[in-house]
Design a protein around this ligand. Sequence first.
Ligand code: CS2
Length: 496
Amino acid sequence: MAVNMDTDRLGLAALRRLPVECRPLLRPGTVPAGIVHLGLGAFHRAHQAVHTEAAVGAAGGDWGIIGVAPRSTAVVDALAAQDALFSVATLAADGAATRVVGALAGVRHAASDPAAVVGLLADPVIRMVTLTVTEKAYQLDPVTGELRADAELVADLTTGRPPQTVPGLLVRGLLARAAADTGPLALVSCDNLPANGRRLRGLVTQALALARVPDGPVGWVEAHVSFPGTMVDRIVPASTPDTLAAARRALGVADLAAVAAEPYSQWVIEDDFPGGRPAWERAGATLTDDAGPWERLKLRALNGVHSATAYLGALAGAETVAEALALPHLDTVLRRLVTEDVAPSFAPPAGVSVPGYGEEVLARFTNPAIRHRTLQIAMDGSQKLPQRVLHTMADLRAAGRSARWVALVVAAWLRFLLGYADDGRPLPLDDPLADRIRAALAAGRDTPAGVVDALFALREVFPAELAADDEVRADVVGWLSALERHGVRATLAGAA
Ligand code: CS2
């Protein structure tokens, strides 16, 4: 890595000019790489990178991270110009603290140099690949977990072209590693998928089959690759020009890869790392043999509530989550969602009270220093609703219970898909299933019942049993009618 000598820009040469409290725990270049991370978004930088830097700082180990951006060049360019350094501002209601993180040992851009990334995955120094690529990049059907083999993925798996999809890149890397026999590897999903370790294993198994990989390398992968499940949690909104301006003020130099996050951070990890791991337990993480209860807790009582806030808030014209929570009665409705519907739907981790966790979540959402846009959370609803909301609903119904508040969240999503807010302003539809959603709505959008029937037919989102459940259908139609007729504010006032 050529050192950036520009002392007005974050980089090794600027480190000595930084206020002492802003300096990294690790000096990049001094910790050899052991991890490849796919997905260099704000979340990775404020979460795994921070925990890993602290773990290596506390206990050592060759666990530098090579950060790979699958698509975006902007973040790779910014980090490459900064010797892979970036800052994280921790925003509490009563003030901010900014610190540079030295966890990254390098950065790569997969789309322009896939061979380098495949080479890294086969490199014996790399013993772990972590991923934050968002739900849709796994290309799994959200309901069944089946791999969705679109033309791009089939081309990646069946031709020799440079891989362009995440599954394609993983398969190519694993084949190279099997051929070189360079030691065991953990593939660690850090995305908000249900049973993310099992889903990633399923993805790899199905992709190897689609690529008609012979038994030898398939057996190698089965014997040498682990897929620990994880629960990851920290609210990290997409960075904005304000984030960068605040970083410059705190650091005294420009940081074009700066991120800002809430103080809270949690990481629960299944301890299954055949090639070793950083001492994350020294950095606030919980190592366990089953992350499932934690993951269900977080997906249902945090992400589900986040999505509810995002759709209801966006419809009512709230730009951020904190603004949405200022809507009269929304907090009451969200509390009822958590206590009456989410809590009885699953068994939480031992000793955890779901309503108590829900209170903590609402306090985090109201942090006034965090400007998390409702529209950011609203995107990709088809990929998020199943594990955040519909699993809760299915479990309640299977136990013979009603799912009234969950039905409100589903109705809010359907109402959002109609594409305009309560004041008539347009709302964007940013979703990998946007075309299918638009086609379904074209067939029936005139009445609430028509909308529900058209969208309940999307099998990638609504499982057949839920779609055929008359009580669920009636609840969702009822809420959607109220939302359409009276708007969010009056619906909340009537419900709370
Ligand atoms: C959010 C998550 O964007 C979203 O859909 O619900 O990114 C959320 O902020 C994180 O999962 C919190 O850990």
